[in-house]
Design a protein around this ligand. Structure first.
Ligand code: NDP
Ligand code: 2IT
Length: 451
C-alpha cells in the first residue's frame, strides 16, 4: 500500500518514515492510515508543523530490544528476541500489552505501540502508548517452560518499567498465567509490590472485569454505533467472530447476552460453524481450561462443523467481529462479507482489516468501528486496575463494568462527533484518529521539544 497526501508536510514525514523503516510494513501501514486522517487537522493548524509534532509522533521515544535465554524441559538452551517499544509518554506512563507469538518483530511491536498511543488517548485515562513482546511461542510449551521464559524476559524488562513509568499487560499469547510469572519475577528482583503490570489475577491486585473487558467493550461500542447511526441493535443479529482467545470469547459472551447469535469462531488452523449459536461453556473449557484447539468444538457439539485452513469470512452474517490478528481481513474477504449482506464490522483485534478492506466497507456503506476505538475497553479497564492498585482498593464487578460501558459509549461519541466536525460524518476511522491525536499532540506541545 502506497500512501499519498495532499499536505506536503504529511507527505514529507511519511516519505522519511517509509525510507527509514522500509522493512517494517505493519508499522508503515499504521502510520499511513493515521497520517491520512490528519490531513484536515494539519491543514487547519500550521503549529503542528512548526512544532514538529508529526515528525515526533511517528518516532518511538525508545525501542528496547534484548536477548531472552531460557532452558527448556530437555535441558537445552533456547534464545528468543524480546522487545519493549515505549512509543509516547505525553499523556501518561507508557501502557500496552506484551505479545508472545512467533510473528513478533520490530515492525509488529512498533505498529502496536503507535496504535496504542491514540487508543489510550481515546479512553480519556492518563496513559501513554507502549507495546512489547517476544517471538517466543507459548503454544505447546509446558508451564515450567513458560515460567522460565517469563522470568528471563522480566529479568531484563524490569530495568525499563515501573508503576509510574511503563505498565505492560496481556495481548496475544500473554494471559493471566504469563502475567503472574512476570509479576512474581518483577517483585523478586525489585523487592516491591506495585501495580507494574495489569491483567493480574484477583488474588494479588487484578481488577474484576479485566478478563472480559476488551470483548465486552467491543460490544458496548458496537451497540452504541448501531443505535446512533442506524437506530438498530445487536439483538437478533447473526454474528461471526474470528479468533477464540480472550477477546473473541468475551465478545461472544456479551454479543449473546445482547441477544445476538454468534455462529462462528476460529483459530490459526481453521474455523467452526455452529448454526445453533456457539455454546460458550464448551469453548471456554477447550481454550481456557485445556488450552486446546477450536476444532475440538466440532467433535463435542453435534450440528457444528469445522473447516480446516480457512478464515471464517465466508460465513453469512450481519455483524463481523475480527478478534484474532492484524490484516486478517483483506480486500477479497471484505468483498465476500459485503456480498453476503454484512452490515457492521467492528474490530476487536488490532488493525485486522487492511486499508483496501476498509475502503470496501466504507464504499458499501457498512458501519465500521476501527480498532483503536472499538477495542479500547481492555486498556481502559487496565487503567481502572491501575487506579485500584494506586488506592489499594478493589471495586466490584458492577462498578468496573459500568465505568467500562461509559468509557466505550464516550469513545464512540467522541469519534463520531469529530467525524462530523471535520466533514466526514460517520467515518469513524478519521474521527477516532483525530480525536486520539488531538489530546496527545496538545500534551506534546505543552511539554516542549525534548524528544
Ligand atoms: P489470545 O492469545 O487470547 O487469542 C488470540 C486468538 O487469535 C487465538 O484464537 C489465535 O489462534 C488467533 N490468532 C492469533 N494469531 C493468529 C494468526 N496469525 N492467524 C490466525 N489466527 C490467529 O489473544 P487476544 O484475544 O488477547 O488478542 C486478540 C487480538 O485482540 C489481538 O489483535 C490483540 O492485539 C487484540 N487486543 C487484545 C486486547 C486484550 O485485552 N487482550 C485488547 C485490545 C486488543 P491460535 O491459538 O491458533 O494462535
Ligand atoms: O491492544 C491492547 O489494547 C491490549 N493488548 C491491552 C493493553 C493493556 O495495557 O491492557
Amino acid at each position: 500500500m502506497v500512501f499519498t497526501f495532499k499536505n506536503q508536510y504529511l507527505q514529507g514525514v511519511y516519505d522519511k518514515t517509509a525510507k527509514c523503516y522500509a522493512n517494517e510494513p505493519e508499522f508503515l501501514q499504521a502510520v499511513g492510515e493515521v497520517l491520512q486522517s490528519l490531513e484536515p487537522v494539519v491543514a487547519k493548524d500550521p503549529s503542528y508543523e512548526t512544532n514538529g509534532v508529526i515528525d515526533r509522533i511517528v518516532e518511538p521515544e525508545r525501542m528496547i530490544s534484548f536477548r531472552v535465554s531460557w532452558v527448556d524441559d530437555n535441558g537445552k538452551v533456547q534464545v528468543n528476541h524480546g522487545y519493549r517499544c515505549q512509543f509516547n509518554s505525553a499523556i501518561g506512563p507508557y501502557k500496552g500489552g506484551l505479545r508472545l507469538h512467533p510473528s513478533v518483530c520490530p515492525s509488529v511491536i512498533k505498529f502496536l505501540g503507535f496504535e496504542q498511543t491514540f487508543k489510550n488517548s481515546l479512553t480519556t485515562l492518563p496513559m501513554g502508548g507502549g507495546k512489547g513482546g517476544s517471538d517466543f511461542d507459548p503454544k505447546g510449551k509446558s508451564d515450567g517452560e513458560v515460567m522460565r521464559f517469563c522470568q528471563s524476559f522480566m529479568t531484563e524488562l524490569c530495568k525499563h518499567i515501573g508503576a509510574d513509568t511503563d505498565v505492560p499487560a496481556g495481548d496475544i499469547g500473554t494471559g493471566a498465567r504469563e502475567i503472574g510469572y512476570m509479576f512474581g519475577q518483577y517483585k523478586r528482583l525489585r523487592n516491591e509490590f506495585t501495580g507494574v503490570l495489569t491483567g493480574k489475577a484477583l488474588s494479588y491486585g487484578g481488577s474484576l472485569a479485566r478478563t472480559e473487558a476488551t470483548g465486552y467493550g467491543l460490544l458496548y461500542f458496537t451497540e452504541e454505533m448501531m443505535n446512533v447511526m442506524k437506530n438498530d441493535t445487536v439483538k437478533g443479529k447473526t454474528i461471526v467472530v474470528s479468533g477464540s482467545g480472550n477477546v473473541a470469547i468475551y465478545a461472544t459472551e456479551k454479543a449473546t447476552q445482547l441477544g445476538g447469535k454468534v455462529v462462528a469462531l476460529s483459530d490459526s488452523n481453521g474455523y467452526i460453524y455452529d448454526p445453533n449459536g456457539i455454546n460458550l461453556d464448551v469453548v471456554k473449557d477447550i481454550k481456557e481450561v485445556k488450552r486446546g484447539r477450536i476444532k475440538e468444538y466440532a467433535e463435542r457439539v453435534p450440528g457444528s462443523v469445522y473447516t480446516e485452513g480457512q478464515r471464517p469470512w465466508g460465513v453469512k452474517c450481519d455483524i463481523a467481529l475480527p478478534c484474532a490478528t492484524q490484516n486478517e481481513i483483506d480486500e477479497e474477504s471484505a468483498k465476500i462479507l459485503v456480498a453476503n449482506g454484512t452490515k457492521v464490522v467492528a474490530e476487536g483485534a488490532n488493525m485486522p482489516s487492511t486499508p483496501e478492506a476498509i475502503a470496501v466497507f466504507q464504499k458499501n456503506g457498512l458501519l465500521f468501528g476501527p480498532a483503536k476505538a472499538a477495542n479500547a475497553g481492555g486498556v481502559a479497564t487496565s487503567g481502572l486496575e491501575m487506579s485500584q492498585n494506586s488506592e489499594r482498593l478493589s471495586w466490584t464487578f458492577e462498578e468496573v463494568d459500568a465505568k467500562l460501558k461509559g468509557i466505550m459509549i464516550n469513545i464512540f461519541h467522541n469519534a463520531y462527533d469529530r467525524s462530523k466536525e471535520y466533514g466526514v460524518e460517520g467515518d469513524l476511522v478519521v474521527g477516532a484518529n483525530i480525536a486520539g491525536f488531538l489530546k496527545v499532540a496538545d500534551a506534546m506541545k505543552w511539554q516542549g521539544v525534548a524528544y
